[in-house]
Design a protein around this ligand. Structure first.
Ligand SMILES: *Cc1c(COP(=O)(O)O)cnc(C)c1O
Length: 432
């Protein structure tokens, strides 16, 4: 062995002994692959192999790795200052970001709360909804309604509205608040709308609205809870029912924000404006963690107009200038681009590439929306072998359960989409 591969081996051994990876055993971890560089849509491993990235590092790297414009924004800001507390101080990166978000998100969402990560954004949104009802002297309205198959993050309140079967409700029983779950929408994005699809939700909100401060859901695309695409009319009905019963609507667009589903925000598919909007993941183009919670003026003014007169949240790294600078660069770059055509084209190419999978006996269904492609298997995949097979074919795809899915960087070209989808076909054909 060379000195270099020796060093890599030692690093991997230390990783195995000491580092938690997401949702991974500490005693029997699956292999992890050491990365030394990433550029454009390619991740380079320590042994020199290059992988075409189908995951955009979990929805976030929309402009590809090492984007010169984003890197320059980050470096420039690091030369000026990397961080100052946001209590009592402010700066241009935060103000610019707020302006871009207010100007381009659904109309009426004019107040911006910057925070650390998607899960924290969900916590902030839920606290905001609760504090809004508290400020209106409706303390009884302090519970949430959501839909099954959702995913909202890993912190406590976020967990409480994740799908109760695939989520972590069992482990944290007794501590996790128990909220209301409507059936997951059954009517798919491209189906003809069936009015009965909203029955379960309508029933629950009608029955419990006196206790409900807000509905929280992922609009149109349910991500980590099942990669499902539901009908825009479902979301439109949810908005109507929330209005009728005086319940706020929180849209968790942490995965879908910034074009992924084919519209800039998934709410736009139904022309719905939520009362509170959570953004994260692609916000910084995958450079660093940052999230934003947008709310209406009415919510902000109501919270501010009664005791304690302030919103009770303020993280240490709130409005981090490095993260805000790179977010301004990323969102500007997206908005300047012909993103609608780019995503439309990706949708077409991903559909074309994945279509042959429909004929495989191991495959239950193939679905594509925007720059998201999903191959749902009949049985859960064997992670250790499938991961290796993808890497052997020069692509990075990380399935979970029965779902083999991709959401590539928007800058991926047709040839790379072909390689990526052809690898998926070959690999899922080998599953039992
Ligand atoms: C990823 C995700 C979250 C959690 O974001 P983190 O940054 O991982 O905390 C919340 N909601 C949705 C819809 C997500 O996809």
């Amino acid at each position: 062995m060379t000195a270099y591969s020796d060093k890599i081996e030692q690093m991997l051994e230390y990783d195995r002994q000491h580092l938690w990876h997401p949702y991974t055993s500490m005693t029997n971890p699956l292999p992890v692959y050491p990365v030394v560089a990433a550029d454009g849509v390619r991740i380079r491993l320590a042994d020199g192999r290059e992988l075409i990235d189908g995951m955009a590092s979990w929805w976030s790297v929309i402009h590809g790795y090492n984007n010169p414009i984003l890197t320059e924004a980050l470096q420039q800001q690091a030369r000026d200052f990397s961080h100052v507390m946001f209590g009592g101080l402010t700066h241009e990166p935060a103000v610019q970001l707020a302006q871009i978000l207010v100007d381009n998100s659904p109309a009426g969402l004019d107040k911006v709360f910057l925070c650390d990560s998607g899960s924290v954004a969900v916590e902030v949104a839920m606290k905001m909804a609760m504090q809004y009802q508290y400020a209106r002297a409706k303390e009884g309205k302090n519970r949430f309604l959501t839909i099954r198959s959702g995913y909202h993050g890993d912190t406590f309140h976020a967990m409480s509205v994740c799908d109760p079967e695939t989520g972590m409700h069992q482990i944290y029983r007794g501590v996790l608040p128990e909220y209301f779950f409507a059936d997951a929408p059954a009517c798919r994005f491209h189906d003809t709308w069936d009015e009965r699809d909203i029955d379960s939700f309508a029933h629950l909100i009608e029955q419990h609205h006196h206790q409900l401060c807000a509905v929280i859901l992922e609009p149109i695309v349910q991500g980590a809870g099942g990669m499902r695409f539901y009908h825009p009319n479902y979301l439109a009905r949810v908005r109507e029912l929330c209005d009728r019963y005086d319940v706020l609507l929180i849209a968790d667009e942490i995965a879908t924000g910034f074009g992924r589903s084919g519209e800039l925000f998934a709410c736009d598919h139904a022309a719905v404006v939520p009362d509170i909007l959570c953004l994260g993941k692609a916000l910084t183009g995958g450079y660093m963690t940052l999230a934003a919670v947008l709310a209406t003026t009415e919510i902000a003014e109501t919270i501010s107009s009664s005791e304690p007169g302030v919103f009770m949240h303020g993280p240490t790294f709130m409005g981090n200038p490095l993260a805000c600078s790179v977010a301004v660069a990323s969102v500007s770059l997206l908005l300047k681009s012909d993103w609608r055509n780019t995503i439309g084209h990706l949708e077409q190419e991903i559909s074309r590439g994945l279509e042959p999978c429909c004929d495989l006996t191991t495959v239950e269904e193939v679905r594509v929306l925007g720059a998201i492609g999903v191959v749902q298997m009949k049985k859960p995949v064997a992670m250790a072998t499938i991961q290796q097979r993808f890497v052997d074919r020069g692509v990075w795809v990380r399935p979970f359960g029965k779902l083999v899915y991709i959401m590539p960087p928007y800058c991926m070209n047709d040839a790379d989409i072909k390689t990526l989808t052809a690898a998926i076909y070959e690999v899922v054909a080998l599953e039992k």
